[in-house]
Design a protein around this ligand. Structure first.
Ligand code: ADP
Ligand code: ASP
Ligand code: MG
Length: 408
């Protein structure tokens, strides 16, 4: 007998039929003698609908009330699944995040899980219940409802698996595993049988939305056995996230390509090339709680230099306005910005032991006349910022250049 946590995403619970289908899958695992905890997302499109409602009422929705609102989507699906399970003759009980007591910090809309009271869940499991938990939500120490950021049900799933010391956490979604890149963009993308934890962490942080980054962090910290599978197929082993670089025959130099349209670029032109200028520019940005991703400072000429950095697109207008207000103080000639950019990254642990990967990437983009605006590298990834309109082309040509397609 194993204890399995299964998380089903929005499309997988997108209709009454899909929910009944999930109930049947859960029943199968129960029949095999396993204990099952199910974590659900809201029906697909529901969280977006609720966010839009909030914006229709308040131009900048109050963050506490927004969480009260957007946590409701998951409450609908857990109740429906518990009913569907009972209809199949199983014992089942649904729980919201605060009923479980998934304790989080108080950062509304992007809260972090601090602790999970798993004792009473264990009691329910021992009495034969299937437990159905609302993903994406928790409660802070004052009893306020919090949410975990978009895609946060993945993190609920992995955190519950960690707290319950589950044998496996299965993430059921609308694709049958982690692919070399988003199969919606590149139909030739190939499913990976395994991906290392480090690579998955990079892929998630660089924009592959198949797993929320915090879920991968949790899996790494608590060594949760994590697998991504399709809820639309009855067979298949999906993709296993592994913690060791094994002797896996599949190991390629590059495992995958991630991309992200969520960033925007700010350029501060002609600032004095003196010590402390980076701090003068980025200090106030950090103080305003704006995350900066890539940063470039050009070599100075005539005692001035240019400074470019990227922020989340949601923070673009605010950052641009802030820098323009600071312009006289920092002595900049001009502050410009561009929110029509995209970041494309190649990821692979094989990069550690191979040279020429970056030059291959740059040549491939040059051959298609795609201009690189910024570059950043780490041990296992290379990211470039390009014009958003070339994003799909860039992903396709890189996927081909690094031989990631499935065998013909
Ligand atoms: P869910 O609602 O089940 O959480 P998501 O939409 O959050 O599903 O994540 C699944 C989607 O992630 C897929 O439909 C796919 O388009 C996208 N995706 C992006 N990159 C990848 C990748 N490398 N492998 C698989 N899917 C990916
Ligand atoms: N329903 C939430 C969202 O759409 C959480 C999730 O699906 O993981 O972001
Ligand atoms: Mg998701």
């Amino acid at each position: 007998m194993a204890l399995i946590v299964q998380k089903y995403g929005g499309t997988s619970v997108g209709s009454v039929e899909r929910i009944k289908h999930v109930a049947e899958r859960v029943a199968k695992f129960k029949m095999l003698g396993h204990q099952v905890v199910v974590v659900l997302s809201a029906m697909s499109g529901e969280t977006n609908r609720l966010i839009k409602l909030a914006h229709d009422v308040q131009s900048n929705p109050d963050s506490r009330e927004l969480d009260v609102l957007i946590s409701t989507g998951e409450q609908v699906t857990i109740a429906l699944l518990a009913m569907a399970l009972k209809d199949l003759g199983l014992k089942a009980k649904s729980y919201t995040g605060s009923q479980v007591r998934i304790l989080t910090d108080n950062a509304f809309n992007k809260a972090r899980i601090l602790n999970i009271d798993e004792q009473h869940l264990r009691a329910d499991l021992d009495s034969g219940h299937v437990i159905v938990v609302a993903g994406f939500q928790g409660v802070d120490e004052h009893g306020n409802i919090t949410t975990l950021g978009r895609g946060g049900s993945d993190t609920t799933g992995v955190a519950l698996a960690a707290a319950l010391k589950a044998d496996e956490c299965q993430i059921y979604t609308d694709v049958d595993g982690v692919y070399t890149t988003d199969p919606r963009i590149v139909p030739e993308a190939r499913r990976l049988k395994t991906i290392t934890f480090e690579e998955m962490l990079e892929m998630a942080s660089l924009g592959s939305k198949v797993l929320q980054i915090r879920s991968v962090e949790f899996a790494g910290k608590y060594k949760v056995k994590l697998r991504v599978l399709s809820s639309f197929q009855d067979e298949g082993e999906g993709t296993l996230i592994t913690f060791e670089e094994d002797d896996n025959m599949e190991q390629a130099i590059i495992s995958g390509i991630a991309f992200n349209r969520d960033e925007a670029k700010i350029t501060v032109l002609g600032v004095p090339d003196t010590p402390g200028i980076a701090y003068q520019i980025l200090g106030p940005v950090a103080d305003s709680n704006i995350d900066v991703d890539m940063i470039i400072q050009n070599v100075g000429a005539n005692n001035t230099t240019d400074f470019t950095f990227t922020v989340h697109r949601n923070d673009y207008a605010r950052t641009l306005q802030m820098l323009r207000e600071m312009q006289p103080k920092i002595g900049a000639r001009e502050v410009t910005g561009d929110d029509k950019i995209a970041k494309v990254s190649i990821v692979g642990v094989g990069m550690r032991s191979h040279v020429g990967i970056a030059s291959n990437m740059f040549k491939t983009l040059a051959d298609d006349s795609i201009n690189i605006q910024m570059i950043s590298t780490s041990e296992i990834k290379i990211s470039v910022v390009i014009d958003e309109k070339y994003l799909e082309l860039a992903v396709r040509v890189l996927h081909k250049a690094f031989n990631l397609e499935k065998a013909a």
